[in-house]
Every structure is written in structure tokens, then in C-alpha cells.
Design a protein around this ligand. Sequence first.
Ligand code: PEP
Length: 222
Amino acid sequence: MIIAGNWKMFRGPDPHALGGLDAIVAPPFTRLRDCVDAGLTTYAQNVHWEAEGAFTGEISAPMLLELGVTGALVGHSERRQYFGETDEGVARRARAALAAGLAVIACVGETQEERDEGDTETVLQIQVGAIRNACGMHDRLLLAYEPVWAIGTGRTATPETAQDAHAFIKSLLDRPVLYGGSVKPDNADELMSQPDVDGALVGGASLDLDSFAALCLTASHS
Ligand code: PEP
């Protein structure tokens, strides 16, 4: 079971206080070095497809590797929603990161409107398809199913909804799939006991040391 904490644009807890936890952390760029130095498995929250160039505000895979970073998230719904990232761009980011030697957690998931319209599988097919075509079954590639309506909203997919989506995603690309969307200590056990849920990508609850530690403990028993 894999637990990954996405600190978004928050400073997050003291990396040294997380020392004993078996987890991935994805802090903002300014805290990457602190997390690496604390011995944590550290992912960036994004990565560009070029090694260098005139891309203000971006960071490349070789730069992250130089810092000791292990991997990167790509395609988080907040990147897709607020910064216009496309399936094609997400796939390019994933491919470049893997080729450079990073691990990747590629995020996919439908909006509430898409779910209401019955389009969940179509959306997943398009998003996962773009990643599959660019990366194939790479052994450093993980996926995260993060229904947009459950991220930061306090609404969690039911274990059955998560299981259905994960099984569908694996039928498209057979890699481990983390669930993300308001995972907390009190709902993690049920979610992680689903056969195709391979861990959790945690936003809000990863910012609090006690709840993140509790999630890691739950994962170690699942
Ligand atoms: C996330 O940011 O990936 C996430 C799942 O956030 P939250 O746990 O707060 O819903």
C-alpha cells in the first residue's frame, strides 16, 4: 500500500518530524530539498517535458534529479482545471520524467458534471489512453484516480465507486492505482481494503502530522 501526501501550495509539516513514516511526500518546490535531506521519498508536484529552455515557472526532470527528488506528480486536476494542462501535455510530462529516471504519479479523474452525464468511463479512457500511448506500462509509472468532485471537498467516493473506477483504469493500463479525494483516517481503511485500490494520494490530511501518520499506519495494515 502506497501513501503519498500532496502538500499543494502549503508549507506542510516539518519534514524531519515525518522521518519514520513509509510514505511519499510532494511538497511545494521550495521545500523539496528539506524533504530530501530528511530522507523522505520526495516527489515534485509537476515536471516539464524539456530538460531546459525558455519555460518560465517550470522545472525539469534533470533539475529534480540533481536535487535528489525521486518522482513527480503529473496531471493533478488542479493543474488541469486552473492552469489549462491538457491530456497531451500531461502525457509529455510523464514520458519525459520517466525517460529521465524519475518515478511518476499520473492523476486522472472525472468532474461532477462528467459523472452526472454518464461520461466517467469515456473521460478515463481519454486521460489514461494519452498516458498509456506516451509511456506504456513503465515500471516507475503509478496512476492516481482522483475524481475532481472529491478533491478538497470533504466528499469521498464510496469504496464501491472507487473500486469500479480503479478496475476500469487497470483494464486500460495495468499499473498500481492510488485513490485520491478527501482521504482521511476515518475512511481510509474501507477504501484501501478494495482489491484494486493500491494506496492513497492525500491532500488536506497530509498537512497534519497526526492524520498523515494515522493514514500510514492504516496503509501498513491493509
Ligand atoms: C489531492 O490534492 O490530490 C487530494 C486528493 O486532496 P484532498 O485529499 O484534500 O481531497
